[in-house]
Design a protein around this ligand. Structure first.
Ligand code: FAQ
Length: 347
């Protein structure tokens, strides 16, 4: 099942133990032996995923200052902040494979690693925030729920929390679009226009068709992925069609119809030329997204330096007077708890 070429008897025993564990649906943990190809493939997918989360903050953050009410602004700020948190969990999970966050960010900034194609499309109106929540987060959940059963423990565990939060994101997008759809004629038209623009790119999020997917077969054999790209895309279409009807919005595909025999919705052909062009860097916003990311990284250098200096100071204090450092940490935690109680009492 696993493409490894063990050289010694000990290697063969380790490889056999790894294969048996994966086949028995046991979790592979950071200290366990694993084939280098498995490690590399996980780093590739997890890095791409982490990069998507932080680049994905940009299109929506674009609307924070222009949200139509304080309530919508607070929700959007919380959502964008959640995406940063998802990036953090995923970079941390990738670190357990021996790859530092700096190294991964460097690969993102220099174009050696990808992020999801979807974030290279512009957010032209407020309704795009709703369409992203409903369709992009909806597609992300469909793709990511099976990753909660990924064979690599730290990735699977990170996905549990991420999926819970994505589920809230999806619902806020749906609710936002519903409000617009049932609003004035102009608001309805704005919602429809957003869905028209985000539908096809959302279908592309699942990756190339199975017969062109370089990694699917191996990733499924290793139980990193549980379903193929096409299976998940179909699952997403089957969920989205009835939701679009409830929203009173039309999906921009005249070929969508229920297929009784297959028990699924048929849908039209995806423009794969557009997908590959976006991956090559020729999407509408590729340049803008990566320039903004590099700038944010450079401008955040002082925060990283300050955090590192603080951590170093704490470690030094702990080394010099462990008991006092523990007491200080406990006092800090106490103060935090009091502050939180005070905050809750005010709310
Ligand atoms: N965009 O052989 P496959 C989110 C690449 S998070 C760009 O099929 P695989 C949350 C692929 O990497 C969204 N590249 O690859 C949010 C490979 O290139 P490589 C991200 C793509 O890994 C919401 C090549 O094409 N989610 O939305 C794409 O088996 C709202 C061949 O493809 C994840 O990353 C694409 N769409 O399957 C945040 C989930 N598709 O690596 C903010 C985890 C494929 O050889 C706001 N990832 N490629 O250079 C996965 O499940 C998989 O990696 C797939 C691709 C399904 C994306």
């Amino acid at each position: 099942m696993v493409a490894v070429t063990p050289e010694t008897g000990q290697d063969r025993a380790l490889a056999a133990a790894f294969e048996a564990a994966v086949a028995a649906d046991e979790r592979v943990e950071p200290r366990d032996w694993m084939p280098e190809e498995y490690r590399a493939s996980l780093v590739r997918q997890m890095a791409q995923h982490a990069h998507s989360e932080i680049i994905g903050m940009q299109p929506e953050a674009n609307w924070i200052t222009r949200a139509p009410s304080l309530r919508r602004k607070a929700i959007l700020m919380a959502k964008v902040q959640d995406e940063a948190g998802h990036g953090l969990y995923l970079y941390s999970a990738a670190e357990t494979l021996g790859t530092s966050r700096d190294e991964l960010l460097d690969k993102l900034h220099s174009g050696r690693q990808k992020y999801s194609s979807i974030f290279n499309y512009p957010t032209l109106t407020w309704a795009d925030v709703g369409a992203i929540g409903w369709l992009v987060d909806g597609a992300a959940i469909t793709n990511q729920v099976p990753l909660c059963r990924c064979s690599y423990g730290p990735y699977a565990r990170a996905m549990v929390r991420i999926c819970k939060e994505e589920s809230f994101h999806q619902r806020q997008g749906y609710e936002l679009l519903l409000a617009l759809s049932k609003g004035t004629e102009a608001q309805h038209a704005m919602a429809q226009d957003a869905v028209d623009r985000w539908w096809w790119p959302s279908l592309m999020m699942f990756g190339p068709p199975d017969d062109e997917s370089a990694h699917s077969a191996q990733s499924m054999a290793w139980r990193i992925k549980r379903h193929s790209n096409d299976e998940l895309r179909q699952r997403f279409v089957d969920i989205a069609v009835p939701q679009s009807e409830a929203l009173g919005l039309t999906l921009p595909d005249p070929d969508i119809r229920w297929n009784e025999e297959r028990g699924h919705y048929d849908f039209g052909a995806i423009d794969w030329t557009e997908f590959w062009e976006v991956l090559k860097g020729n999407g509408p916003c590729n340049e803008q997204r990566i320039t903004q990311r590099r700038r944010a990284h450079e401008e955040g250098a002082w925060v990283r330096e300050a955090a590192a200096a603080h951590a170093e100071k704490q470690a030094r204090a702990h080394a010099e007077a462990p008991a006092q450092a523990d007491a200080d940490a406990a006092a800090d935690a106490d103060a935090d708890a009091h502050a939180q109680q005070h905050e809750e009492a005010r709310v």
